[in-house]
Every structure is written in C-alpha cells, then in structure tokens.
Ligand binder design. Structure first.
Ligand SMILES: NC(=O)c1ccc[n+]([C@@H]2O[C@H](COP(=O)([O-])OP(=O)(O)OC[C@H]3O[C@@H](n4cnc5c(N)ncnc54)[C@H](O)[C@@H]3O)[C@@H](O)[C@H]2O)c1
Ligand SMILES: O=c1ccn([C@@H]2O[C@H](COP(=O)(O)OP(=O)(O)O[C@H]3O[C@H](CO)[C@@H](O)[C@H](O)[C@H]3O)[C@@H](O)[C@H]2O)c(=O)[nH]1
Length: 334
C-alpha cells in the first residue's frame, strides 16, 4: 500500500469529531493535509480532535455551510456526518432521512456552488440488506433491510446522478463494522448511549454494565447469532487517504467495500472479548433486533486491486485489544 505525502491540500471533514472521523483526521494530519472539522457535536467530542481547526455547525444549515466555504479554501470534503444506528433508524426513519439524505444534499449543493467537486462519502454494508452471496462484492444487489441502509443508498444514488449532471467526483466507501481504536489510546469509540457490540462487551468487562444482550440466537448461522466483518478504524482511515489520492490524481468516481473478509458471530466476539480482558462477561439471550441481516462479510478485493489498500489489523483479538486499551483509559469517564 503506497501512502504518499500530501501536496498542500485543505480537507473539510464533516462529522470529524465522531469515532471514525476523528481517526481519519489524525491520519490526514500525519500525512501533511490541512484539516478543518465541521461537526454539530450531537454525537461527537471536541476532545477527539485536539486543536484541529473546528467549526460547530449542522449540515442541515445551508447558510452555516456557505459561511464555511466563504471563509476557507477547501479542496475536498470527507463526509462522516450522519446518524448510524440500525435499530433507531427502524423506529425513527424520519430522523434518518432528514439528517443523512437532506443534510448530504445541502452539503453537496454547497460544495458544487463553491467549485469543490471531490467527495469521500461514508457508506455502509447496510446498503446490501440480506445478502444472497458471501463474501459480498460491490456488484451484489442492494436491498437494505433498515432505513439507515436505505438513506445511505439514497445518497449513493444521488452522488451518481450529481456526478453525471454536475461533474461531482466521489468515492463511496461501504464500511462493514468499524472497531478498535488508535494505538496511542487517546481516541476511541465513544458513543452515548453506546449500542455497538464490542464497546458494550468491554464496558461489561469493566463493570460499567451488568451484562451484554445477544440479539437473536435463532439466525441461520452455526451458533445461531449474527455474523459481522469487523474492520479496524485505522485501516478505514488509510482507505480514506488512498481514496482521496485517487480522486486528486483523476481517478474515477466509484464505490468500494471495506472489510477484512472474515465473519465473527456475536458469541465469537464476546468470547474474544473475555480472552482479551481476562474477565467473565455476563450475557443474556434476547430477541432479534429489527433490521439486522444474519450475515455481513465483505469482499474488499476491488479496493485492494485498484488502490492497493491492505488492512494491517486482520486479527480480531488484536482489533478488540486496541479497543480495550482505550476503554481501560477512558471507559470509567463515560
Ligand atoms: N461505526 C460503524 O461501524 C460504521 C459502519 C458503516 C458506516 N458508518 C458511517 O460512518 C460515519 C461515521 O460513523 P461513526 O461511527 O464515526 O459515527 P459517530 O456518530 O461517532 O460520528 C458522526 C459524527 O457526525 C456528527 N453529525 C451527525 N449529524 C450531523 C449534522 N447534521 N451536522 C454536523 N455533524 C453531524 C456527529 O456529532 C458525530 O461527531 C457515519 O456516516 C456512519 O453512517 C459507520
Ligand atoms: O448489545 C448488542 C449489540 C449488538 N448486537 C449484535 O451484534 C452485531 C453487531 O451490532 P452493532 O455493533 O450494533 O453493529 P451493526 O448494527 O452491525 O452496525 C454497524 O455496522 C454496520 C455495517 O455492517 C454499519 O452500517 C453501522 O453504522 C454500524 O453501526 C449485530 O448482529 C447485533 O444484533 C448484540 O447482539 N447485542
């Protein structure tokens, strides 16, 4: 994987104070890019971006967006700002369509009106729905089983048409399950309330929660629990830099999957978390959570082949250990 040093470029990172965004901000800065973070802080943390230049604004607010483009030279945008909880999206699709679709429309229109035409977009494995084939490649059909996935797919469609009509250049990265934390141990997954499996298991190991619920034990999988492909957040961050370099050097607008290509069940994750932490993690079996596909495992061959991306964290024990390192330092504060 070739990561070149940046020529001087200014990158606007929307949602950069969140979990994945803050890791990408760090990688961009390590490679010499100038970064401006825009976030409304509904789910993000200023502490996650140190003294990176920051604007508190909402992508729903077109006037505030225009001001950001008026006051800063921006060469490209990375867009993480969204709601992303599968279960919540089933109960409140309105919130998801407004923030994820209408918010992104505002952002893209403002970009284009200001002559900025390079966008890296955070998409998701949830666009595929219940897969017909595993591993899932990018040409698999897209039939989301929850509103969250549907909003991300709606944006992908919008990007395609805007690319044709207005010359928008974009790369949409379909992440599978982001996990882990930067090895420095000072930034990590800090959602409130937390809904994701790995941090919940680690908070239980720390004694902050009494138990982890297993959502569904009757899925058509070897142990009856859902299978997911967990990808380290810094491997995602590297992919963003490669995607940006591709657009800058005239590469085509496209879609890439990002995953490790290995599936782990909910029970596998809890067992590994027990090994990593050395603690017993109490589990309770619960009904299925609405909108969850049984198995999501990526084929990331396309981005490996076309951009030379290679994940550095392939071992689930290593991924969960990096998250544990962060939780041990910060878990008790959250
Ligand atoms: N975490 C995952 O496993 C995963 C997997 C696939 C895709 N994604 C996508 O990656 C992106 C980042 O996910 P994350 O886990 O870091 O989430 P996160 O909630 O930690 O980060 C999102 C950030 O966007 C901000 N934000 C939300 N709405 C905003 C708005 N209207 N205006 C300005 N800022 C706003 C939040 O305050 C937060 O800081 C999301 O788009 C998500 O859909 C995440
Ligand atoms: O307390 C819990 C939490 C989760 N799960 C299960 O664990 C798996 C992983 O769930 P979670 O960590 O909540 O992630 P997902 O719902 O799979 O969604 C993540 O991964 C998707 C891509 O696969 C992204 O689109 C989403 O933004 C991101 O939140 C799922 O099968 C859940 O049913 C439990 O059994 N108990």
């Amino acid at each position: 994987m070739k990561i070149r040093k940046a020529v001087h470029m200014n990158i606007l990172v929307c949602g950069g104070a969140g979990y994945i965004g803050s890791h990408v901000v760090r990688q961009l800065q390590n490679r010499g890019y100038e970064v401006l973070v825009l976030d409304n802080l509904v789910n993000g943390h200023l502490s996650a971006i140190g003294n990176t230049p920051f604007v508190k604004a909402d992508i729903m607010n077109k006037r505030a967006l225009q001001q950001v483009f008026d006051q800063n030279r921006i060469d490209a945008v990375m867009h993480f700002a969204a709601f992303s909880i599968v279960g919540e999206s089933v109960k409140r699709p309105d919130l998801y369509y407004r923030n994820n679709v209408a918010g992104t429309l505002n952002l893209i229109q403002t970009m284009l009106e200001n002559g900025v035409n390079k966008l890296i977009f955070s998409s998701t494995a949830a666009v595929y729905g219940e897969p017909g084939e595993i591993p899932i490649s990018e040409d698999h059909c897209t039939k989301p089983t929850n509103p969250y996935g549907a909003t991300k797919l709606a944006v992908e469609e919008m990007l395609k048409w805007f690319s044709q009509a207005y010359g928008l250049n974009y790369i949409s990265l379909r992440y599978f399950n982001a996990a882990g934390a930067d090895e420095a141990g000072d930034i990590g997954e800090d959602h409130n309330p937390e809904t994701h499996l790995i941090p919940l298991a680690l908070k239980t190991a720390l004694g902050l929660l009494p138990e982890v619920k297993i959502f569904g034990t009757d899925y058509p999988t070897p142990d009856g629990t859902c299978i997911r492909d967990y990808i380290h957040v810094n491997d995602l961050a590297n992919a963003h830099i490669l995607a940006l370099q591709s657009l800058v050097s005239g590469g085509k607008s496209t879609v890439y999957n990002l995953g490790n290509g290995s599936g782990f069940s909910v029970r596998d994750i809890i067992k590994t978390a027990q090994k990593v932490t050395g603690k017993l993690i109490r589990v309770v079996e619960a009904p299925r959570r609405a909108g969850d596909p049984a198995v999501l495992v990526a084929s990331a061959e396309k981005i490996k082949r076309e951009l030379g991306w290679q994940p550095q964290f392939r071992d689930i024990h290593q991924i969960i250990s990096s998250a544990w390192h962060w939780h041990c330092r910060h878990g008790k504060e959250s």
